[in-house]
Design a protein around this ligand. Structure first.
Ligand code: AMP
Length: 375
């Protein structure tokens, strides 16, 4: 199949910061970018050649959007299946709608992982309160009830500490199809961001170590401070996921690493991931350029790191007393400032991130934390 070369137009479903950084990478390489979402003046739209504002359910608008680009990708995995199918009628969609279908719903995702023989957090499918009571009896407490659909950053989750929490938990997630997961007392959370080309070529960025705060990613560090054998295993698991799903593009596998060095897959994200943002400044090829190369059918670029790196997210909470003092972070010469062009800063909203580069990981962590505190 002929590669899609610079000068061509790429369509992005979704319009957040992931699309923005994708668009920056695409425009740098001379591609045109069209973005589609229900919003306007979006993080992606600000960088795109064309911003289409329409509902994902407006399939005529989706078809018209796709007919004007050479390939469609997405930055938001909760695009409805019908939207991906409508786009696919007019242009190739990469990764395919089938990848979205599997990964946008926890029951399908976990069932896929289990059926593929991949290690997954113990879970039970729960469709009513009686099934929840039975599942709690099997998995024990603590456990976490998660809605099957549209959960991210800890939304739609309830931690169950005792079997008597069952009916409260069931009501609090809206009495919707869900999974009950055993609580994993993990030693670390880690992720592997990986890419697979149209010809099956595979690349990964090694293992990234992640710290969450209030269910939202707070810090990402590379390389992860884990044994080399675990890092190799994690990369091989990521390869298996991308190959079994026939991904063309970038996918992130999030893991729990237990105190006995066992890896359990928590979640898949079929797109560049917040934990891979440090690749923009630290790597020869960023995760966004890698997505571009993959969906255009180009060879993948080197994922090599120039040096250790640490990334700290910047949430809307920091805008409490007006604009944060970015001049202070700018005074640290090895810190890169990324802001997503969002006009409204709400608590918990991802507004940007900082990446520090250093000759040692400890120094990168210290620098990025100092930079964020200075804001
Ligand atoms: P999720 O939205 O499923 O990725 O969950 C968000 C965060 O909640 C994870 O990154 C973990 O920090 C925590 N968490 C989720 N599920 C579990 C679990 N089964 N055991 C322990 N912590 C969890």
């Amino acid at each position: 199949m002929n590669p899609i070369l610079p000068g061509a137009a790429i369509g992005v479903l979704g319009s957040g910061q992931l699309g923005r950084m994708f668009a920056l990478a695409a425009r740098r390489m001379g591609y045109r970018v069209h973005t589609f979402s229900p919003d306007s003046d979006t993080p992606t739209g600000q960088i795109s050649d064309v911003e289409v504002t329409a509902s994902y359910d407006d399939l005529d608008a989706v078809r018209s959007f796709a007919s004007k680009v050479q390939v469609v990708t997405f930055e938001f995995e909760n695009v409805p299946a019908a939207t991906a199918a409508a786009a696919a009628a007019a242009a190739p969609v990469r990764p395919a709608g089938s990848v979205l279908h599997t990964t946008q719903q926890r029951i399908r995702e976990k069932t896929f992982l289990l059926d593929s023989g991949l290690p997954v957090t113990p879970f039970r499918i729960v469709r009513n309160c009686d099934e929840l009571i039975a599942a709690i009896a099997e998995l024990g407490c603590p456990s976490i009830l998660k809605t099957a659909d549209f959960g991210y950053d800890g939304k739609g989750q309830f931690r169950i500490n005792s079997p008597t929490d069952a009916s409260l938990a069931w009501r609090s997630i809206g009495e919707r199809e869900a999974v009950l997961e055993a609580f994993v007392p993990f030693a670390k959370e880690v992720s592997v961001v990986a890419a697979r080309g149209l010809d099956g070529e595979f690349m990964h960025y090694g293992v990234i170590e992640n710290e969450h705060r209030n269910h939202i990613l707070d810090l990402s560090l590379s390389p992860a401070r884990i044994p080399a054998t675990v890092a190799r295993d994690a990369a091989e698991l990521a390869r298996a996921v991308l190959e079994k799903l026939s991904v063309v593009g970038v996918l992130c596998v999030e893991f729990f690493l237990t105190h006995t060095d066992t890896l359990l897959i928590n979640e898949l994200a079929p797109r560049p991931h917040n934990s891979g943002h440090l690749t923009v400044d630290a790597c020869v090829t960023s995760q966004f350029e890698q997505q571009l190369r993959a969906v255009c059918g180009l060879p993948l670029g080197a994922p090599t790191f120039h040096c250790p790196a640490a990334m700290a997210n910047i949430l809307g909470d920091l805008w409490g007393n007006g604009s944060p003092r970015f001049d202070r972070a700018a005074a640290l010469p090895n810190v890169k400032i990324h802001l997503y062009g969002k006009s409204e800063a709400r608590p918990g909203r991802k507004m940007g991130h900082l990446t520090a580069l250093a000759s040692t990981l400890d120094n990168a962590i210290e620098t990025v934390l100092a930079a964020r505190s200075s804001l």
